[in-house]
Design a protein around this ligand. Structure first.
Ligand code: SF4
Length: 82
């Protein structure tokens, strides 16, 4: 049985099949000059966590893992929420 669809959940809150750990490893591999600051990252994820487009940690607008997208300094929200 599939787990229920969780709107407004980040991977950190659901972690299906260890995906969150894989995303964290990918974030850690980003070059420092391509990473958002911690404050920027937290602010972005706070917006995503309240967004109706977030589904099981994935943005339905772009198909990205919200945590990974938010960690990239040059990234932006496809709806321009951040
Ligand atoms: S990136 Fe934008 S559209 Fe996607 S979940 Fe976050 S706030 Fe919503």
């Amino acid at each position: 049985m599939n787990p229920p669809l969780c709107r407004r959940c980040l991977l950190a809150q659901t972690d299906p099949a260890g995906l969150y750990q894989a995303v964290l490893r990918r974030i850690e591999q980003l070059p420092p000059d391509e990473r958002a600051t911690d404050a920027e990252y937290r602010a972005r994820l706070a917006v995503c966590a309240e967004c109706a487009e977030l589904q099981n940690g994935i943005c339905a607008q772009c198909g990205c893992f919200a945590e990974l997208r938010a960690a990239k300094s040059a990234a932006y929200c496809p709806l321009r929420n951040w």
